[in-house]
Design a protein. Structure first.
Length: 488
C-alpha cells in the first residue's frame, strides 16, 4: 500500500512539473532553491562564448533526483542529504566536465527540505578579470622571492663581518724574531688614544686560521661600503581551480645592492631589482610584466648569534596583456612591501643552524583600464600577509679549491602561510553588463626548500649559486640564481 501511494505521488509530481512552464536558467538567472518548487523542469541556455563549469547541488531531502540532458550529453544523480557537482556524474565515460554552448533540459525532484542548485557560468569577460587576478597573485610570489633573496644576502654579509656569533675579525701578522733561547723578542705597545688597544697573539702555520676569519677581541667600528649582484630565473606552473584557468609561469631578473657596517652589530643598505614575468593561461590569455624595485634594509645582531632584519621596498610595474580575438591592453601598477625577520644562530656539532621566523606584508595595485575590443577593468588592489617559519643550515666543514677558494654547502627549509585572501577579486563591465570574478587561488600554504653552494676568497669576495623550490598541491615554482658579494 505504501509503495502504491509513493508511486502515485511521484507520478503526480512529475505530471505537475511537466504541466508547469519550464524555468529559464542563464548567466543572469543561475540559482534555484526550494521556492522554485519541489519538482519542475527548467531550460538551461548557454550562450556563445559561455560555458558552465559546475552545477553545484546541496540538498537536505533523503531523495533529491536531478537530470540534465542536451547536445548529446546527459548527467544525472540522486543527491540524498548530500551535496556535490552534477557534472561529476555524466553517463558517458569520461564524463564532460563543462557544459558547452547550447540549450539543455534540466529536471529536479525533491521530497522535502531546503535545497540550492547553482549553475556556475564562465563568461568571456571573466577571462580578463581572471588573468589580472592571477597576475596579482604572481606579483606576490615575485616580491616574496625578492625579500627571501635579500634575507639570504644579509645573513651572508653579516656573518662575514662579525664572524658569526662573535664580533671578531681575522688579522694575519708576521711574528717577531726569536731570541737565542727560543723566546720571542720583546715588543712595545704604544697608544696615543684612549680607545681600547687591540691585543695580538702570534701564531704560525694553520693555527692562525679560524675558517676565513682571524681573531680580534675589540669590537669593530665602521666599515667601508660593499655590494652584491645577482641574476635569477624562475619557471613553473599552477593548476586550474574552481573554473579558473591554470597557467605556465616564467621570469627572470637582476638584484643589486649596497651595504655598510655601522658597527660590529649593525648593518644598513639599499637594494634595487629589475624583473620580467610572463603568465600564459590555459585558455590562451597572456600577461607580460616589467618591474623596477627600490628598497632599503637594517640588520642588527648580538654576540650570541641572535639577529633582526627589517626591509621595505616599492616597485613600479608595466603590464601588457592579450587575449584570444586580438584583445589587448597596456596599463601601469605599483606595489609596496615590508619584511621583518627574527633569527638565531647555533652550532650543533659540525653544523651551523639558523632557525628563523618572518612576517611580510605586500600590497599590489593595478590601474583601471580599457581593453582594446574587450572589457573595461576597474582598479585592482591585492593584499597579502604571510608568515614564514624555518631554518638555514651551513656546514662547518669546507672544501678548499684552487686559487684560495673555500667552498661551503648550505640548505634551507621553511613553511609559508597566507593569512589574507588567496584569490584576488576583479570587477568591470563589458557590453554594458557588470561582472565580478576572481583570479586563480594558489592556496594558503607552501613549502619553501633550497640548496646552495658558497665560495669565499680572502674574506673580500664571495660567489654563490642556489636552487629554490616553492610548492604546494596547486603550484610548482623553480628558481635558479647566482651572484657575487664583495666587501672592502
Amino acid at each position: 500500500m505504501f509503495r502504491s501511494w509513493t508511486t502515485c505521488a511521484l507520478i503526480l509530481c512529475v505530471t505537475a512539473a511537466q504541466a508547469t512552464p519550464p524555468l529559464l536558467i542563464n548567466s543572469s538567472n543561475s540559482t534555484l532553491t526550494q521556492i522554485d518548487g519541489r519538482a519542475r523542469n527548467a531550460t538551461l541556455t548557454v550562450a556563445s562564448g559561455e560555458t558552465v563549469y559546475a552545477v553545484n547541488v546541496a540538498a537536505e531531502s533523503n531523495y533529491f533526483y536531478t537530470v540534465l540532458t542536451g547536445e548529446g550529453e546527459q548527467w544525472r544523480f540522486d543527491f540524498a542529504e548530500s551535496s556535490g557537482n552534477l557534472l561529476d556524474h555524466g553517463t558517458d565515460v569520461p564524463a564532460p566536465s563543462t557544459i558547452a554552448p547550447g540549450e539543455y533540459a534540466f529536471f529536479w525532484e525533491s521530497f522535502s527540505g531546503d535545497f540550492t542548485i547553482d549553475f556556475v557560468f564562465h563568461l568571456p569577460s571573466f577571462e580578463a578579470g581572471q588573468l589580472l587576478g592571477s597576475t596579482t597573485q604572481i606579483q606576490f610570489q615575485n616580491q616574496n622571492y625578492q625579500f627571501q633573496s635579500l634575507s639570504n644576502q644579509v645573513r651572508t654579509m653579516a656573518g662575514s663581518f662579525s664572524g658569526g656569533g662573535y664580533s671578531m675579525d681575522l688579522v694575519s701578522l708576521t711574528p717577531p724574531p726569536r731570541t737565542a733561547d727560543g723566546e720571542y723578542a720583546p715588543i712595545g705597545l704604544v697608544s696615543y688614544e684612549d680607545s681600547t688597544v687591540d691585543q695580538v697573539s702570534y701564531q704560525s702555520g694553520m693555527g692562525s686560521q679560524l675558517g676565513s676569519r682571524s681573531q680580534r677581541t675589540s669590537p669593530l667600528t665602521r666599515g667601508g661600503w660593499g655590494g652584491w649582484m645577482q641574476g635569477y630565473g624562475i619557471g613553473g606552473s599552477a593548476d586550474g581551480h574552481l573554473g579558473v584557468s591554470g597557467f605556465d609561469y616564467g621570469g627572470g631578473g637582476t638584484q643589486l645592492g649596497l651595504f655598510r657596517h655601522i658597527d660590529a652589530h649593525t648593518m644598513v643598505g639599499f637594494f634595487g631589482a629589475y624583473g620580467y614575468q610572463n603568465i600564459s593561461t590555459d585558455d590562451g590569455s597572456e600577461a607580460d610584466v616589467n618591474s623596477g624595485m627600490l628598497g632599503m634594509f637594517l640588520h642588527r645582531n648580538d654576540h650570541e648569534g641572535n639577529y633582526y632584519t627589517l626591509a621595505s621596498s616599492a616597485s613600479y610595474d608595466d603590464y601588457d596583456t592579450s587575449r584570444i580575438g586580438g584583445i589587448t591592453s597596456n596599463f601601469d601598477g605599483v606595489q609596496t612591501g615590508t619584511y621583518l625577520e627574527r633569527g638565531w644562530e647555533r652550532n650543533l656539532g659540525g653544523l651551523k643552524v639558523q632557525p628563523n621566523v618572518a612576517l611580510q606584508y605586500l600590497w599590489v595595485h593595478q590601474d583601471d583600464h580599457v581593453e582594446t575590443g574587450g572589457a573595461s577593468i576597474d582598479d585592482v588592489d591585492g593584499h597579502s600577509l604571510r608568515s614564514m617559519v624555518g631554518a638555514n643550515f651551513y656546514g662547518n666543514r669546507h672544501v678548499h679549491g684552487a686559487l684560495g677558494w673555500r667552498w661551503t654547502p648550505n640548505s634551507r627549509a621553511s613553511w609559508m602561510h597566507e593569512y589574507l585572501d588567496p584569490a584576488t577579486s576583479v570587477t568591470g563591465t563589458q557590453g554594458g553588463s557588470s561582472f565580478a570574478t576572481n583570479g586563480l587561488d594558489l592556496g594558503r600554504d607552501w613549502a619553501l626548500l633550497g640548496v646552495g653552494l658558497q665560495g669565499d676568497r680572502n674574506a673580500a669576495l664571495t660567489l654563490y649559486a642556489n636552487y629554490d623550490l616553492q610548492v604546494n598541491d596547486r603550484q610548482r615554482f623553480h628558481t635558479g640564481s647566482g651572484g657575487l658579494v664583495w666587501m672592502r
